[in-house]
Ligand binder design. Structure first.
Ligand SMILES: [Zn+2]
Length: 320
């Protein structure tokens, strides 16, 4: 692909990164230019283009940062890399507000067995699966989970309670087989090789096993209301914003059947991240997402949004 434009990783880093232009990640069509964006989130230099494929209904970033240079766009200040357990209260809020609710989503489809979490970060989601919970007698009993984590590096401290596989899921096939579930919580939109990732998922899942892909929802209230300032775009780290149609094409190619799409957990923290994103685009350097008071005040509103099915992200559940 020809290089167009250039970006600097930061004001102090004068190394120029040659941008690349690409086609739709599903059908390779050049798509149509819709709008240009900057890195409102981390404030790194560069201008990126959002293009839209009318055939697949997928937005994709082009020009974008090439894979060889993207590491420079994940600074230590990038929110998902920050240790969420800043205080005991933060840890509790994250556990009750996010990880246990995601566990409930998974256990509606598969109630135990072997699970790989890709993009495991600090392992908070996996740890939630280790906690014995009481289930209503009307629901199927859970089996114990055997857990595996995969990420570019481990962010969860020295007490590693499950095997960790270092690598890129859209490149390296992890050394396992017969998995009952593979989860990617907000990872898929970061991948340069989405087809390869789905092939790897298919290769390690048992027949009938489940793949859970949580991605930003283009049709959510926040996306519609905030337009180009929606946090779900997160350029240059989010390479594509997939529609159900585009995702279904990729899933079918890899041998999956889409069985459900359910609202992802709706948290005040994500809402506040969006507020930060919106305000930073206007020159304010806010950090609202870290405020527990703001999260607590928002929680009734978030509960209502979740009940109305208006979460800003969706979990696509596919079966091999
Ligand atoms: Zn396309």
């Amino acid at each position: 692909m020809p290089a167009t434009g250039a970006a600097r990783k930061s004001e102090s880093d004068q190394t120029e990164v040659q941008m690349e232009t690409v086609g739709c990640p599903v059908c390779a069509s050049p798509g149509e230019h819709r709008f240009a964006q900057r890195d409102f989130f981390c404030g790194l230099a560069g201008e990126f283009g959002q293009r839209y494929c009318t055939e697949c209904q997928v937005y994709f970033l082009s020009p974008r940062v090439p894979e060889s240079a993207i590491g420079g766009y994940y600074p230590a200040s990038y929110v998902p890399y920050q240790e969420p357990g800043r205080t005991l209260v933060h840890r509790l809020a994250d556990t009750l507000g996010l990880t246990f609710r995601r566990r409930r989503i998974v256990e509606k489809f598969v109630t135990g067995g072997k699970l790989l979490d890709v993009g495991s970060g600090n392992g908070a989601f996996l740890r939630s699966l280790l906690v014995p919970i009481h289930r209503r007698p009307s629901r199927p009993p859970t089996q114990p989970w055997t857990l595996h984590a995969m990420d570019l590096s481990w962010h969860g401290g020295p007490d590693l309670p499950f095997p960790f596989h270092e690598g890129r899921f859209d490149d390296d096939q992890p050394p396992m087989s017969g998995m009952d579930a593979v989860t990617l919580w907000h990872v898929f939109e970061h991948l340069y090789h989405p087809r390869r990732a789905l092939q790897n998922a298919a290769a390690i899942l048992r027949p009938g096993g489940f793949l859970f892909l949580a991605i930003p929802d283009l049709h959510s209230l926040e996306a519609q209301f905030l337009g180009k300032y929606w946090v779900g775009w997160d350029p240059p780290r989010h390479l594509a914003t997939y529609s159900p149609k585009g995702l279904q094409i990729l899933l079918q190619e890899a041998g999956f059947r889409l069985v459900a799409s359910v609202p992802d957990v709706c948290t005040g923290e994500l809402f506040l991240l969006n507020a930060d994103f919106f305000l930073r685009a206007r020159g304010f350097n806010t950090r609202l997402h870290g405020s527990l008071v703001a999260r607590a005040l928002l929680s009734p509103f978030m509960f209502l949004l979740a009940r109305l099915g208006l979460a800003p992200a969706k979990v696509y559940v596919a079966q091999k």
